[in-house]
Design a protein around this ligand. Structure first.
Ligand code: CMC
Length: 434
């Protein structure tokens, strides 16, 4: 990556009477940053920002979010335009290469991904070590990490060709692995990929076909699946992406880094929120119980939060949630689910929350997870699979971010510091004297 930040000015920081000049750097759009890289050397202090609420951790040219305006751009292209007009494979190329592909480039990339969908035969047996009731995200963390053992020839991070092969392998194999995690949990035989099918159709077929009966992929559902993948493909420096970058900064192999990202994504405050949102809608159950839950969400002494609401960055309607809401209606129409009670609860909950002063003042809007759970459930996925689908789609974003980091000449191992409030040095006491 060619670094492009420009010096815009300087900021002065006075500490204990000593004033230090810190460069202010700017990118192409978005807030400027104060470059504090020499702060400890010059002033002997660290900055303190748990949760990184005001910290830029890297320079990036992949995804831009304006949380106040509700804008999400992949390489400059608005998410709604991509969701409407593009395909996940094209978006993957865009994220990885920075530009939309020509027809020939798209064809070649698509072909390459289709050719890497199979798993090593021994890899299939690897799944059998898990309990049948294992959460599929546990299976994902383990199996994706294990890819390094099966494809060791593409783990040299200093070889650009090996990095590209590892990227293609992960993008292509993730649907096969995710479908196997699902099939294993329901006790059905694995269904092999069919490379004549597009990415989303192939995945749906691997999930829902059985040897005794093939699965005819509905174009509407395949399009919805593809759109869900596009919406989840990247999201700037969120927890899982930062995890991937942090693991990668230690020069770990790409398969291990993506496995680390999957582990981070699993959490209910991040990728696990779609599962939590659907569970919450089921718990609420009917429109008349919404006020009780709104009351609980506002109660400081109650840990309950409206899942699928609020976002660290978006202080406006999540632009992905808008597309997701439309997709949700399309899927339910296609499947003939006219009056899904959960959709009724969701729409009413959204209406009430968008008018309620608590949510309005705190700028808590529905996020992508609010409608994705209802959509995925209608498509036939159990709730435990929701985060798996998120991981599948986010893999390309993680890889793009990881590659960018490896190619960034200013990249260093990530090593935050701390403010220490524990015990200061003291002498060890033998147990007999304590
Ligand atoms: N329900 C009720 N109150 C909320 C909610 C919510 N969903 N979200 C935030 N708040 C309140 C929170 O209690 C706090 O109030 P106060 O200022 O009085 O203490 C205020 O709003 C700010 O919240 P915060 O926790 O400081 O904000 P954050 O940026 O640290 O958290 C969040 C962001 C996404 C973790 C949080 O909004 C949340 O837990 N939402 C529910 C889980 C969810 O839907 N997560 C999916 C995120 S989108 C998927 C992705 O991109 O990964």
């Amino acid at each position: 990556m060619k670094n492009k930040t420009e010096k815009k000015g300087s900021a002065q920081l006075t500490i204990n009477g000593k004033t230090i000049d810190l460069p202010v750097l700017g990118g192409s759009v978005g807030p400027d940053v104060i470059d504090i890289r020499t702060l400890y050397r010059d002033a002997g202090v660290f900055t303190y920002d748990p949760g990184f609420t005001s910290t830029g951790s890297c320079e990036s040219q992949i995804t831009y979010i304006d949380g106040d305006e509700g804008v999400l751009l992949y390489r400059g292209y608005p998410i709604d335009q991509l969701a409407e007009n593009s395909s996940f494979i094209e978006v993957s190329y865009l994220l990885l290469h920075g530009e939309l592909p020509s027809a020939k480039e798209l064809e070649e990339f698509d072909w390459t991904i289709r050719r890497h969908t199979m798993l090593h035969d021994q890899f299939d047996q690897f799944f059998r070590g898990y309990r049948r009731d294992a959460h599929p995200m546990a299976v994902m963390v383990g199996t994706v990490g294990a890819l390094a053992a099966f494809y060791h020839d593409s783990t040299d991070i200093n070889d650009p060709k090996a990095r590209t092969i590892a990227s293609h392998r992960m993008i292509a194999k993730m649907p096969t692995i995710a479908a196997r995690a699902f099939k294993y949990s329901v006790g059905q035989p694995f269904i092999s990929p069919r490379n004549e099918l597009d990415y989303a159709s192939n995945f749906l077929r691997m999930c829902f076909a059985v040897p005794a009966e093939d699965y005819v992929v509905s174009p509407t559902l395949a399009r919805a699946m593809d759109r869900i993948f596009i919406l989840h493909a990247d999201h700037e420096q969120n927890a899982s992406t930062s995890t991937v970058r942090l693991a990668g900064s230690a020069e770990s192999n790409p398969f291990a880094c993506i496995a680390a990202g999957i582990a981070s994504l699993w959490g209910p405050a991040h990728g696990g929120a779609n599962e939590a949102a659907l569970n919450m809608l089921e718990e609420i159950g009917s429109v008349d119980r919404i006020p009780e839950y709104i009351k609980r969400a506002k109660d400081k002494d109650d840990p309950f939060r409206l899942m699928g609401f609020g976002h660290r960055v978006y202080k406006n309607y999540d632009p992905r949630a808008k597309v997701m809401r439309t997709t949700c209606h399309e899927v339910l129409d296609e499947l003939g689910v006219k009056n899904d009670p959960l959709l009724q609860v969701a729409m009413e909950l959204e209406r009430i929350a968008l008018e309620d002063p608590y949510f309005v003042e705190k700028k808590l809007y529905p996020n992508i997870d609010f409608y994705s759970g209802i959509t995925l459930r209608a498509m036939g996925f159990p709730t435990e699979m929701f985060t798996v689908l998120f991981a599948l789609a986010r893999t390309v974003g993680w890889i793009a971010q990881w590659s960018e980091m490896i190619e960034d000449p200013t990249q260093k191992i990530g090593r935050p510091r701390q403010v220490f409030t524990g015990a200061t040095e003291r002498a060890y006491l033998p147990v007999s004297k304590r």
